[in-house]
Design a protein around this ligand. Structure first.
Ligand code: XIL
Length: 332
């Protein structure tokens, strides 16, 4: 039973313990992985605690929103890098790796992208965006989510404004490789953690890209789940293994675990901790799984704040899920 269950004294003991044990980033390093969090750069400036916990606990950062197309290129040919630059500078200062998120996605596109472009116009638009963005951070962003969520829940390719360019997917990877040959290039998606039609479709897509010689280095599994999720039940380890056999690096890219249902809060928090623990174990047991990233770190600023899905509460206190990750990283 965790110490915090013993009331206020236990809670303080647990916090003291958390703070005396090495931070997660150090424990993760010993296990050969990076532990990451999604970040909103304005909070780095506005909230000292936010910056402090992020720097202490995490060895990788990803922009929760500010490197999306709609944030970077609000009108055609005009790029705003201020917020993204802030994050990149913070990461470098604190020796954190960076995941770039994301180049090609059907969401959070600026309105101008829905103009009816010809094939050659779209070719130019895609090339300009990728060259400008990836080029700007060349050598500084270690991993790029080149394509995000291209497969729909029906296991087919989604309709996007890029479709006028039939080979947009492989083209995006080739452009990214040219712009920064050192960055590792990823396909990223949700709902593909386990075996099933969607992960099957992604597997087939990435396999065919590999066979065509498209430069793709890895696959990201988002893992937006709730406290009832079980990696065993969906066959997550087996699923990751087949992607590993394609020669791909594997990242957990956006994990959060929503609290749902009417159980007592303490039980919900324990169940949430178990889900974090089990997914981390799957990653640690898969030699090609190198990055374990959370979609934020404090419930205060989660995109799903109401369901308290992260490992620090809204006052930056570590939750049972934090201790579960800490313990799991320490198990040999
Ligand atoms: C989410 C952000 O967290 C929100 O702040 C934003 O309003 C919408 O996008 N999959 C992704 C992420 O790849 O970019 C999404 O991030 C969450 C789902």
């Amino acid at each position: 039973m965790p110490l915090w269950r013993y009331g206020v004294v236990g809670l303080f003991a647990a916090i003291a313990l958390a703070q005396s044990a090495p931070p997660l980033r150090e424990l993760a390093e010993r296990r050969g992985i990076l532990i990451g969090a999604a970040v909103e750069p304005n909070l780095l400036v506005e909230e000292p605690r936010y910056a402090q916990v992020l720097a202490r606990e995490f060895s990788l950062v990803v922009a929760e929103n500010v490197m999306k197309w709609g944030a970077l290129q609000t009108s055609r040919g005009q790029f705003n890098f201020a917020a993204a630059d802030l994050l990149v500078d913070f990461a470098q200062k604190h020796k954190q790796a960076i995941r770039g998120h994301t180049l090609v996605w059907h969401q959070q596109l600026p309105r101008w992208m829905y103009g009816n472009f010809s094939r050659s116009e779209m070719e130019a638009i895609l090339a300009e965006h990728i060259r400008t963005v990836v080029g700007r951070y060349k050598g500084r962003i270690a991993y790029w989510d080149v394509v995000n969520e291209a497969i729909g829940d029906d296991a087919r390719l989604r309709a996007t404004p890029f479709d006028v360019l039939p080979d947009y997917l492989e083209r995006a990877f080739r452009l990214a490789r040219q712009a920064d040959p050192q960055a590792k290039l990823f396909y990223n998606d949700y709902g593909a953690e386990g075996l099933g039609p969607k992960s099957e479709a992604i597997y087939n897509l990435l396999k065919s890209l590999k066979e065509k010689g498209v430069p793709i280095d890895g696959v990201g599994f988002q893992v937006h789940v709730d406290q009832g999720f079980s990696p065993q039940r969906v066959g997550m380890a087996e699923n990751l293994e087949r992607f590993a056999r394609l020669g791909l690096e594997i990242h957990i890219t956006e994990m959060d675990v929503r609290l749902v249902g009417g159980q007592p809060q303490a039980e919900r928090l324990e169940a949430q901790a178990r889900v974090y623990q089990e997914v981390l174990q799957v990653c640690l047991r898969q030699p090609r799984c190198k990055v374990f990233t959370l979609w934020g770190f404090t419930d205060a600023y989660s995109w799903r704040a109401a369901s308290e899905p992260l490992i620090f509460d809204d006052r930056y206190q570590p939750k049972p899920a934090y201790f579960a990750l800490q313990r799991t990283l320490q198990q040999p």
